[in-house]
Design a protein around this ligand. Sequence first.
Ligand SMILES: Cc1cc2nc3c(=O)[nH]c(=O)nc-3n(C[C@H](O)[C@H](O)[C@H](O)COP(=O)(O)OP(=O)(O)OC[C@H]3O[C@@H](n4cnc5c(N)ncnc54)[C@H](O)[C@@H]3O)c2cc1C
Length: 492
Amino acid sequence: MSTETSSARHQVVVIGSGFGGLFGTKALRRTDVDVTMVAKTTHHLFQPLLYQVATGILSEGEIAPPTREVLSSQKNVQVLLGEVTGIDLQKRVVTSHVLGREHVHPYDSLIVAAGAGQSYFGNDQFAEYAPGMKSIDDALELRGRIFGAFEMAELGAKRGDNVDHLLTFVVVGAGPTGVEMAGQIAELAHRTLKRDFRAINTRTARVVLLDAAPQVLPPFGAKLGDWTARELEKLGVEVQLGAMVTDVDERGLEVKYKDGRVERLNTVTKIWAAGVQASSLGQTLAEQTGAPLDRAGRIGVNPDLTLPGHPEVFVVGDMIALDNLPGVAQVAIQGAKYAAKEIDNRLKGKPAQAPFRYFDKGSMAIISRFRAVAMVGRLRLTGVTAWLMWLAVHLVYITGFKNRVTAVLHWFVSFLGRGRSERTTTEQQIFARAALSRLRGGATDLVSAPGAYDTARQVLDESRRHELEVQALEEARLTDSGARGVKHPASS
Ligand SMILES: Cc1cc2nc3c(=O)[nH]c(=O)nc-3n(C[C@H](O)[C@H](O)[C@H](O)COP(=O)(O)OP(=O)(O)OC[C@H]3O[C@@H](n4cnc5c(N)ncnc54)[C@H](O)[C@@H]3O)c2cc1C
């Protein structure tokens, strides 16, 4: 275990390097504090573009720059890798782990921005066959599975097999992510890949978008939802509403429709884009404060985003349940900036701010190239105008100038041409998650325990030195005695 030494300066610990974590940390750049950012990945992830990584438009680096690089010029920040496993509100310490090693970070103020993961509504076993869309690992695995399914179909068709299950792609969840994924897979099948295969016609691929809800994109309202469903159907996507997934296995899924029908869809490629579950750190905080948790595991916070009884702890972004705020990037960004400002005010002896108020800058979802929907205030936009707006907004928010430049180049390739610059997939991308989850302790099982590592290193140093000395002396003796290369008569 290692404990960070505390200094006289006010210590702020930030958990998470997503929208909340990054923007909160940046907002503290001029405040007289030391900031320690602890996050379980070394990158800042721009989740809204994950589907473009999964479908070969962008590379993972373009949407996930190293947090350390992004913050390199901010001198009051130290970026540390670690999965936070404990927060002790009484002792004011955060505990994190990396490959079995424990690290402890004391704080005076804490910003918790650990976000949310995928929810399988109590059926976590579905995850084995239907990956979600929350991380770079997810996107690369899906890329491997999607392009891999076409490869397997080509092989099967060459042998004369039925390959319908390989050419059927099912996306579960008709929110923005599901719509974007379904639209992109349809574009892949109908445009990008249509000339690349010999035994299959990729244009016959079946893309199904399922949702238990009665409409597509519920947060966008009925009108935009209906427009989106029609546009998806024009693209060749089958939209099935009132369709609840009741079981998932390697070869397909079972769907129960509103009228009571139960059907099985045979498909090897299933994508889970339904439901979110807030970080389990919410539960840790709720147990210590009595703050309520909603069904998605989001924690109820005070109007100033602090925890009941703990004004030094702020929770922001996807983890909070406050005034029905949506789980979108702007809620996390604005909340984190608010928390940073509050810390700054307190240190300067200024009065507290008014309660946190979210300013809704609008929402948008892309359906395919040149088709999107957008809501800005009372304005409702569809088609090319919304698509251009989407393009401009995402370009502004992608982190880093070089990423913006390369993203634009890749968009040219995919939207004006019919290519995809990032179609590389590997076997590991598809199978590594399942392999790691079968190890009892995941990746930790693959490395020696921290103590063993230290001992092994010392033993190795001394024994290896002795071995090298003996070897060198023997080499020299052989040369000096002229014995090298001379055959001993007994061995002939
Ligand atoms: C596929 C997808 C598409 C989306 N599209 C849009 C969109 O178009 N527009 C929009 O506004 N919003 C969109 N969102 C939602 C938006 O990305 C989130 O609302 C936003 O990321 C929330 O920010 P956050 O800081 O709360 O969490 P996140 O950005 O998820 O960050 C959480 C951070 O915490 C870290 N973390 C988690 N647990 C731990 C732990 N135990 N220890 C250490 N670190 C931890 C994670 O690694 C990550 O760095 C999308 C989300 C997804 C998944």
